[in-house]
Design a protein around this ligand. Structure first.
Ligand code: MF3
Ligand code: CO
Length: 255
């Protein structure tokens, strides 16, 4: 069932979204050569704690995972693209880091992700980052009242295909509200004009993740969480929680 939110509820979700945006900004600011992933999780925890927010990631155990999620952020480095865990790994110059964060404030949740390089950004990474973020922008632009889920999916898929990147329809976007994962599912590829019609009050996370090597396949580490490319190529992931409004899409995960 899809729950539409009132304008007041969307404002409350924007407050949760602002906490997510602040946690991502703080994590990005702290991410430097020699810093351990576990330290970045501590930084994000501090922002959530200060804001009086809880984490929808910590302890989360969906059916695909064999253990509860151990952090408040996902930290995926290089060939890892989604659901990397806060290990003792120390960041190196040129690493590509994806950070995914959620926060629940006053019963409402936000979910967003950014990717960037530590220190030096190589040209291939610059293109991957730019194109993946462009797919998020295109997906958001397609989230107009009266459009359909397939319009968002198709907009994302077209960017990946034009760029020659690998794309999976697993782990795409999703409804967000009282909980992190609600209906509808938003695959990262699809056909325009298909699927559920978008109405004002719909709140969803849109989250393209692309693999530079061009292969669609991925594998999951023994930890049951970390998703990696199968060819060792790098991945990038960008996400925002948005509301469909009568005036068009509104991004909620901003400060
Ligand atoms: N943005 C990710 C998603 O929607 C968040 C995963 S949270 C985790 O799947 F707890 F499962 F890691
Ligand atoms: Co999400």
């Amino acid at each position: 069932m899809v729950e539409l939110k009132t304008p007041g509820e969307i404002e409350a979700m924007a407050a949760a979204g602002a906490v997510v945006a602040r946690a991502l900004a703080a994590t990005r600011a702290a991410a430097a050569v020699g810093v351990r992933l576990g330290q970045l999780d501590e930084v994000a925890r501090g922002v959530l704690r200060e804001a009086g927010a809880s984490s929808p990631f910590l302890g989360y155990q969906p059916s695909f995972a064999g253990s509860p999620y151990p952090g408040v952020v996902c930290l995926s480095v290089n060939d890892a693209v989604l659901h990397g865990t806060p290990t003792r790994y120390r960041l190196r110059d040129g690493d590509l880091l994806s950070v995914d964060c959620g926060a629940t404030l006053d019963g409402w949740t936000g979910d967003a992700a950014i990717s960037f390089c530590i220190g030096t950004t190589g040209p291939a990474d610059a293109r991957l980052l730019e194109r993946t973020e462009a797919a998020l922008t295109a997906g958001i632009a397609a989230a107009q009242p009266g459009a359909r889920i397939g319009d968002i999916s198709a907009a994302i898929g077209a960017v990946a295909r034009d760029a020659g990147y690998g794309l999976s329809t697993d782990f795409g976007g999703h409804g967000v509200g009282h909980t992190m994962h609600e209906s509808p599912h938003i695959p990262n590829d699809g056909r325009p004009g298909r699927g559920m019609r978008l109405e004002a009050g719909l709140t969803v996370a849109i989250e393209p993740w692309f693999l530079a090597g061009g292969q669609d396949a991925y594998r999951v580490d023994d930890d049951g969480w970390t998703l990696r490319s199968t060819d060792g190529s790098r991945g990038a992931h960008f996400e925002h929680t948005i509301a469909v409004t009568d005036d068009g899409p509104r991004v909620l995960t901003v400060c």
